[in-house]
Design a protein. Structure first.
Lengths: 457, 457
């Protein structure tokens, strides 16, 4: 992202939820911004001020999208047909086919447009779970981190703060080497992964984190290397876990442990670790995650799209795991929809309401995601990053919302299409519903995606 | 609705799906409209024409919303708090509280705004399951159908074609009379219901249908009266069925039959009947509905919101029941979201993809809904009503869609917010995303809803 303007800016929010556990929505909140941070918050600042940017609607802390594979946005609408409609594994074949067609230039164009889509939906920070490291044959590019560099540049140009979760991916399964399209995902071993990851150069506003692709793809000894690398840098560590029953069965057969059990035994769990999906867990798994304060990133629109199932979100919270959300495959890019789906999908399988409050879901979508990505923020208070998002309350979806249920209305009925203003690190990224830097995100998406499919046989 | 303009109009759709079982999307389709009907359809009409309205994006037949309780839109965002968050039955208490505060004037303002919201989302026809007949005490208004008349006027002013499903609602449960807020729902008996329903005067473009509220609310003898009334007029008949397990249990205990079994024994099933929800069915129930070609209206966003559960949609189709969709409580008003939810919710509970194709879901959302509402249409061919909807393909949600998967992209990723043009019975109702008649639907919603809650203690 270009450096934040050094001058001070003042915003007057008609209504604001300032983040944190309180569901209170305040009127006429003046947010003063200096050098990318919030300098002052004045409550009941009065309805009119000169020299301020007025934010009509409800302003909240910036949203954090804790799990993204940006390139998978190109598959939207393209995996429901006959060849890839069966299950997660046949979907994965379509995804591998796409992955094989990407080079640094195409990844830059695609990711920039996808991060632009995120910005329009109110997302100020994203965690990119990045494993497209090498050339399709598996040979490193001349510049070893050119693909990661493309993601860094894409996020900067789209005005979204990036946590690049550089992913260790060493084998195709418990008893299989990397094969075919997987070859470009892999480093020779965990030490080679760590050496490459050490070389990534990023601007100040980018966080480098680590990821273990999964217990399928990384053996326990290598997991420990990744864990040490992350601990040494104070970096967040993410790992896919138990999205599919087949992964659990293979892990049990190969190691005698569940995936969560294996992560625990390998020292991977803990408060700076985020497990992604956590769909098919045993009671012991839930207890292990909660007792270690391991974070859980749910990706409910992807999990619904891929027929994964419904994870035990409420039980995880009760056990002690903070939640966050990710749009993952980008079947949908809308953190309000991710947030409500956590409650709504538990309603479907339990036939009861009331598993998660709106304010808890919003905290997960803001501060919870920021923490998972190794960042502060997610709350509007002096000293915090000046990340905030305004949602209009006069659209057909949001109109008629009333004070006592305003956060409920936001979580259960608003859409990314209702976001009008986004300020990220003090810089206006979205103004009146339009992206300031990219101009036409729809055009950018089409330009990036269409060529990827025109060449297919 | 005001009469359709008598002059001819011509529209050139950049891309069009013309309805029916074929998933083919054609380029440059010229739609000629005369007196509210499609006069001619020219394929490959060429990219440029003078004197035509160009429709950029994908044009499809108008959507039909087969199940609406317009007034419940006021509850959006207001039932997730402590007092009404438990289950369907506690939600129903909040709904009853709202129902008690409505009079004809307020219902008109609210329903007009809600139908305006529907028009903006591409809905050309709606079925209103109407039971707010009398004054709150249960005494008929001086003009017995003044509440139904408000709905007719509201739909006309919002440019949505109405099927008024006048609902027979006689008791509070198998062994309970109507009580409290239910009193205004009830006529003295089924014959009194039929006499009142006979008196409704509506314009030519409104269809009068019948509804049986549920097996809880109408005894078998009275169901037969309603059935005869509908048959005598060639009118569609709708009935809520098996949304909740408690209804099934009470019906079995009181009658020894399941709700569907009781409907069958009472002669209610058949191809002009639509059962709404059909969530908790036995194998026999599914076979009965399919064998009688009874239509099934699923309302998945409401069923998810109310924690009803996931109905056996694919099994119903296989058995022989055509599907249609309704937004019911209007937690969401978006038929694309209803359509995809039918597939996605079955994915969640089966952990498999591929239960319904996009074209099947679109047929249910268009022609299926129109048939359920006693109407022709849902297909773009000469002689059909000129109802069509254009969805932009350059929004962040829809951009990048490609020819082979265009209908998949529409069903699985588009939103009501992507609708740019709506023509209903030949009349432009939505142009460039704005409602032609109501100007500001958000403002109308807020004006209608806010006063309903300000007076609460």
């Amino acid at each position: 992202m270009r450096p934040a303007p050094s001058g001070a800016h003042r915003y007057l929010a008609e209504l604001a939820w300032l983040g944190g556990p309180s569901p209170v929505v305040e009127k006429e909140v003046l947010l003063e911004v200096h050098n990318g941070r919030i300098a002052a918050v004045t409550h009941q600042a009065g309805p009119r001020r000169d020299g301020v940017v007025r934010l009509a609607g409800l302003t909240i802390p910036g949203l954090a999208n804790a799990h993204s594979h940006a390139f998978q946005r190109a598959l939207r609408g393209r995996t429901h047909g006959r060849t890839s409609n069966g299950d997660f594994w046949s979907w994965r074949d379509a995804m591998y086919g796409l992955a094989a067609r990407l080079d640094p230039e195409r990844l830059l164009a695609l990711a920039r447009a996808v991060y632009g889509e995120m910005a329009l939906a109110g997302i100020c920070a994203v965690g990119e779970f990045h494993y497209l490291h090498h050339s399709p044959s598996g040979r490193p590019y001349g510049e070893a981190n050119v693909m990661g560099g493309a993601l860094v540049q894409a996020a900067s140009e789209a005005g979204v703060r990036l946590t690049l979760l550089d992913t260790c991916y060493l084998r195709g399964g418990f008893d299989r080497p990397l094969d075919g399209p997987q070859k470009r995902f892999g480093d020779r071993d965990a030490h080679a992964w760590a050496r490459r990851a050490d070389l990534i150069e990023v601007p100040d506003d980018t966080v480098i984190g680590a990821a273990i692709h999964s217990v399928r793809a990384v053996d326990p000894g290598s997991m420990e290397v990744v864990r040490e690398w992350a601990d040494g840098r104070g970096a967040p560590l993410h790992v896919h876990v138990s999205e599919q029953r087949a992964e659990n069965e293979a892990c049990l057969a190969a190691t005698g442990r569940t995936p969560v059990g294996l992560l625990e035994a390998s020292g991977v769990l803990g408060p700076t670790t985020t497990v992604v999906h956590a769909t098919h867990l045993s009671g012991d798994d839930i207890a292990r995650l909660g007792a270690s304060s391991t974070r859980v990133c749910l990706c409910p629109t992807t999990e619904r799209d891929l027929a994964d199932g419904v994870g035990p979100a409420a039980a995880l919270v009760t056990a002690g795991s903070p939640l966050c959300f990710g749009s993952d495959s980008h079947a949908v890019v809308d953190l309000f929809e991710e947030a409500r789906a956590v409650e709504l999908d538990e309603r479907l399988v339990t036939e009861r309401r009331g598993h998660h409050s709106a304010v808890d879901l919003l905290q997960a979508a803001t501060a919870g995601g920021m923490r998972s990505l190794g960042r502060s923020g997610g709350v509007l208070e002096p000293g915090a990053p000046a990340d905030f998002v305004t949602v209009r309350l006069d659209s057909p979806r949001t109109a008629g919302a009333g004070a006592p249920g305003l956060l409920d209305h936001l979580v259960f009925a608003a859409s990314g299409a209702d976001v009008t203003h986004v300020v990220t690190e003090g810089r206006p990224v979205v103004v009146d519903g339009a992206h300031v830097g990219l101009v036409d995100v729809g055009h950018a998406l089409a330009e990036a995606i269409t060529p990827l499919f025109e060449e297919q046989p």
